[in-house]
Design a protein around this ligand. Structure first.
Ligand SMILES: [Fe+2]
Ligand SMILES: [Fe+2]
Length: 183
């Protein structure tokens, strides 16, 4: 990771606008995460994995609450896709959970891998621009990596159709990130 600040060129977006876009997409992602876990819990609420899923869901609620605060403080509007992520996140969580506990865990691994990369990239982009936000992002990233490891420990890799679930969920997550950053 380079310590050098990227140079700004005329016509580059202002840092404030860039940071507003980061907050918007992160808020969207954490909201989506709470919806995925809700969908999983509604299907797997009595399963062996329910306790772990519930704990991960609690962490995501904390992440979401922090980004809600940040949007308010900095007067950034949420993504226009907010209502869609409610439905899409929930559907993704419920659908994978219906395939079984391991498929639900495979979904979690895929989402968290995308978010890990996403937060890592944001932290690099921020550089020294906003140290407090960078700390928040890196600390949430550590939580997401812990979720990924937990889902692997719960047997995600033994899920039938792992590669397919992983590919579909990753593509969907990346599309959601792309859309929520822009709109
Ligand atoms: Fe999160
Ligand atoms: Fe997570």
């Amino acid at each position: 990771m380079s310590e050098e600040r990227p140079r700004r060129l005329p016509g580059d977006r202002q840092p404030a606008e860039e940071i507003a876009r980061m907050l918007r997409v992160d808020h969207a992602g954490e909201y989506g995460a709470t919806r995925i876990y809700q969908g999983q819990l509604d299907v797997l609420g009595r399963s062996r994995a329910a306790g772990e899923i519930r704990r991960m869901a609690e962490t995501e609620k904390g992440h979401l609450a922090r980004f809600e605060e940040l949007l308010r403080e900095r007067r950034v509007r949420p993504t226009l896709f907010y209502p869609l992520w409610s439905v899409a996140g929930y559907a993704l969580g419920a659908a994978t959970a219906l395939l079984g506990e391991r498929a639900a865990m495979a979904c979690t691994v895929a989402v968290e891998e995308v978010i890990d990369e996403h937060y890592q990239r944001q932290a690099e982009q921020l550089g020294e621009e906003d140290p407090a936000l960078r700390e928040t992002i890196l600390s949430f990233r550590a939580d997401e990596i812990a979720h990924r490891d937990l889902a692997i420990a719960q047997g995600a890799g033994e899920s039938s159709g792992y590669d397919l679930i992983s590919a579909v969920v990753k593509t969907g997550s990346r599309l959601a990130i792309w859309l929520s950053t822009r709109l």
